[in-house]
Design a protein around this ligand. Structure first.
Ligand code: CA
Length: 227
C-alpha cells in the first residue's frame, strides 16, 4: 500500500484528499503544520508527500529542504500561489511536481501516480545508457544523437541542456536550474538564452519544432523531456 503524507492546514481540503486517496487504496498520514510534517516524514517514511506551501508555522519550501536533507521521497506541491517564482523556489528546493489550487482530484491523482512511478524506477544519469524515441536516439556514453539514420551535431551548450532534461524523463526542470547549470549564476535570469537554445534543439530533434513532441515548454516555469 502506498503511504501518502498529506501536509495541509485546510481541514476541508484534507478531508477531500483523504476520502479520495483512501478510496484508491492509499494509506493517508496527516500533518497540519510544517513541524509535524517534518516529524512524520522521518517517523512514517511515506512513499509520497502532498505539500501545501502556505503552512501556519513555516514556509512549505522549508519543509521541502528539511525532507530533502535525508530523503528522495517524491514531493508534490499543492500551491495556491500563482506566481511562477514561488513554484520555481519549490522545485529548486527539491519538489518533484506541483498542482495549482483549485485542482481536480483526477489531475492530482494522475500526478501522484506519475511521481510514485518515477520513484520506483529512479532515473540516474549514470544508469541511463541512452534514450530511444520514435524520432531520435541518444547515446550518452558516446555523446551521440542519431536521427533518421544520421548523426545530429549538437553544440556543447545544446548537449549540456539536453543532458539535464533527459536525466529526469517526464520531469519539469526549472528555467533557473538550467540557466545555473549551463551558463552559471550570473545568467540565472537570462531566460531568453533558453528560448534560443531550446528552439535550436527542437529544430535538430523534433519532426515539428513549432509543436514539439519531446522537448516541452512549461510556460514561465521550465522545460520537460517527454520520452
Ligand atoms: Ca494553507
Amino acid at each position: 500500500m502506498t503511504r501518502v503524507l498529506v501536509v495541509e492546514d485546510d481541514p476541508q481540503l484534507v478531508r477531500a484528499l483523504k476520502i479520495n486517496l483512501q478510496a484508491r487504496k492509499f494509506e493517508v498520514v496527516e500533518a497540519g503544520d510544517g513541524a509535524t510534517a517534518l516529524r512524520l516524514a522521518a517517523a512514517r517514511t511515506p512513499d509520497a508527500i502532498l505539500l501545501d506551501l502556505g503552512l501556519p508555522d513555516m514556509d512549505g519550501v522549508e519543509v521541502i529542504r528539511g525532507v530533502r536533507g535525508r530523503s528522495h521521497v517524491p514531493i508534490l506541491v499543492l500551491s495556491a500561489r500563482h506566481t511562477s517564482e514561488e513554484k520555481i523556489r519549490a522545485l529548486d528546493a527539491g519538489a518533484d511536481d506541483y498542482v495549482t489550487k483549485p485542482f481536480s482530484m483526477d489531475e492530482l491523482l494522475a500526478r501522484l501516480r506519475a511521481a510514485t512511478r518515477r520513484r520506483e524506477a529512479p532515473a540516474s544519469p549514470a544508469g541511463i545508457p541512452g534514450i530511444a524515441t520514435d524520432e531520435f536516439t541518444i547515446d550518452l556514453a558516446a555523446r551521440k544523437v542519431v536521427r533518421g539514420g544520421r548523426t545530429v551535431r549538437l553544440t556543447p551548450t545544446e548537449w549540456h541542456l539536453l543532458e539535464l532534461l533527459i536525466a529526469r524523463p517526464g520531469h519539469l526542470v526549472s528555467q533557473r536550474r538550467l540557466l545555473l547549470e549551463v551558463w552559471g549564476p550570473a545568467y540565472s535570469e537570462h531566460t531568453n538564452y533558453l528560448r534560443v537554445y531550446m528552439a535550436q534543439l527542437r529544430r535538430k530533434l523534433e519532426a515539428n519544432p513549432s509543436h514539439p513532441r519531446y522537448l516541452i515548454t512549461e510556460p514561465g516555469m521550465g522545460y520537460r523531456f517527454e520520452p
